[in-house]
Design a protein around this ligand. Structure first.
Ligand SMILES: Nc1ncnc2c1ncn2[C@@H]1O[C@H](COP(=O)(O)OP(=O)(O)OP(=O)(O)O)[C@@H](O)[C@H]1O
Ligand SMILES: [Mg+2]
Length: 200
């Protein structure tokens, strides 16, 4: 088995369209210096999306997942990637350290998608996706359940507190992988009491 070479974690930010993935990724990238790996951009840059044949939804792209993985292979190996995508189970679990599933109240999500001008069919599909917790199930099936975290994104305060929690998690991850600064005993104690879960 290949040994892990990354010195910074890879984090997936996933969820139904419109829940706030990109908003979180941008803020997190700015605050941590990690790289916002926007899969929409990768698809565009490498031209690996085929237009959908659905006449109601011609802008949707069907992405060739094998080619996508080839395009981001080196990034994942380097580590320090914040992956922004509305699917998550294609990324190899051995290269992923944390999966955040962003969630949003249905009514709020409806208003956000309506504002984007989504047609009724696309709107309903996305609402169903959120109501049925499709991304949460996908994440829990594909990754160790200890790696999967649900984050509510309904207000700007939610964004701040989510980003702070993830920053704290990154600090812990680096410490656990021998990459962080050695902290005073009192601070170490605080980390252990912190309910932000996981120590990677
Ligand atoms: N916690 C929040 N509080 C207020 N507004 C939010 C919050 N999260 C997201 N929004 C707003 O909702 C809209 C959609 O957010 P964003 O583009 O980040 O979603 P996304 O999950 O990246 O969508 P897509 O899958 O289509 O790329 C934006 O207008 C954003 O400002
Ligand atoms: Mg987005």
């Amino acid at each position: 088995m290949a040994t892990m070479t990354r010195t910074e974690p890879n984090i997936i930010i996933t969820g139904t369209p419109g829940v706030g993935k990109t908003t979180h990724c941008q803020e997190l990238a700015q605050r941590t210096g990690l790289h916002h790996l926007d899969i929409n951009e990768v698809v565009k840059k490498h031209n690996i999306g085929e237009a959908s044949e659905d006449p109601d939804d011609p802008n949707t792209k069907i992405v060739d997942e094998d080619r996508l993985l080839d395009c981001i292979e080196n990034d994942l190996e380097d580590g320090g990637q914040i992956i922004d995508w509305h699917a998550c189970d294609l990324f190899p679990p051995s290269q992923i350290d944390l999966v955040c599933v962003v969630r949003c109240d249905n009514k709020l999500l409806y208003d956000r998608l309506k504002k984007r001008g989504y047609g009724e069919k696309k709107l309903q599909e996305n609402m169903d996706c959120e109501i049925m917790e499709v991304l949460l199930s996908e994440a829990r099936e594909a990754y160790d359940e200890n790696m999967v975290v649900e984050l509510k994104s309904e207000s700007t305060e939610d964004i701040d507190s989510n980003v702070e929690r993830i920053e704290q998690w990154i600090t812990n991850w680096k410490k656990d992988h021998g990459k962080g600064e050695v902290k005073a005993q009192s601070e170490q104690q605080k980390d252990e009491d912190n309910p932000m879960f996981l120590h990677g």
